[in-house]
Design a protein around this ligand. Structure first.
Ligand SMILES: Nc1ncnc2c1ncn2[C@@H]1O[C@H](COP(=O)(O)OP(=O)(O)OP(=O)(O)O)[C@@H](O)[C@H]1O
Length: 231
């Protein structure tokens, strides 16, 4: 579904991502892993068009999106749940959800009902302000907001960060449901190893901006974990 090739990114003169080759197959969950600061969020922002690249291509469903503006990428079907959620605290839950709607290409301007089936709590709290929600509820809102465009690819950057364990489990179940029942493809950034192993089909490991390993999740060996993931 998404094939990244020879991607390089710089913050000023600082070379952050090096010659990355990353495959995100359709209908699966690919998990980008690596210690703090290796470039995971930078890669997600490059895919979303929020950071400029210095070379490289990104084939999304047969089309090179590397030079398209962020809005076009959303219109083509890439949904994004950023690190830290970025809920608008003074807007209501409904307004937060509606913010994504203009990126729909079919002109529909109502929130799809399945989002409330996935996250019933959002329906109960439609008129509450985003800032009044708990961390777990805000994460559900951030995922719901990304889903209002009916994306084909959903990018989730550390969705379990700062969330209570029972909600973490629920978020894992919802990600699997999106893939197995609704046919979405998910690109996940995750540092919690048990969660990544439970939810993802494939792993990609970055180290200092370079791809160092990738494969099906059962092939994530203790050696790789020790070398690249544990602190
Ligand atoms: N806006 C920025 N300007 C300059 N350097 C940056 C900027 N954002 C990130 N960096 C640097 O780029 C490198 C990669 O950061 P990035 O946030 O992508 O890593 P990460 O793997 O997502 O880390 P974490 O797990 O802590 O979120 C780090 O060295 C970081 O300090």
């Amino acid at each position: 579904m998404l094939a990244i090739s020879n991607l390089n990114q710089y913050y000023g003169e600082s070379h952050t991502l090096w010659d990355l080759e990353v495959e995100v197959p359709a209908g699966e969950c690919t998990c980008v892993m690596g210690r703090n600061g290796v470039g995971k969020t930078t890669l997600m922002q490059c895919i979303m068009g929020l950071l400029p690249l210095r070379g490289g291509s990104m084939d999304f469903l047969g089309r090179d999106i590397a030079k398209l503006p962020a809005e076009r990428r959303a219109e083509l079907g890439i949904g994004y749940v950023p690190q830290g959620r970025q809920i608008f605290p003074l807007l209501t839950v409904q307004e937060n959800l509606e913010i994504g709607l203009p990126a729909r290409t079919d002109g529909r301007r109502e929130i799809p009902a399945y989002i409330f089936d996935l996250f019933p709590v959002l329906k109960d709290m439609l008129r509450r302000r985003g800032g009044d929600l708990s961390g777990g509820q805000q994460q559900q809102l951030a995922i719901g907001r990304a889903l209002v465009i009916d994306p084909k690819l959903l990018i989730l950057d550390e969705p379990t960060e700062g969330i209570q364990p029972n909600i973490v489990h629920e978020i894992g179940d919802i990600i699997r449901k999106l893939i197995d029942d609704l046919g979405l493809t998910v690109l996940l950034v995750e540092q919690k190893l048990p969660f990544a192993k439970r939810v993802a089909d494939r792993f990609v490991i970055l180290d200092r901006g370079r791809l160092v390993a990738a494969g099906p999740m059962p092939e994530l060996s203790d050696e790789l974990v020790k070398q690249y993931l544990t602190v």
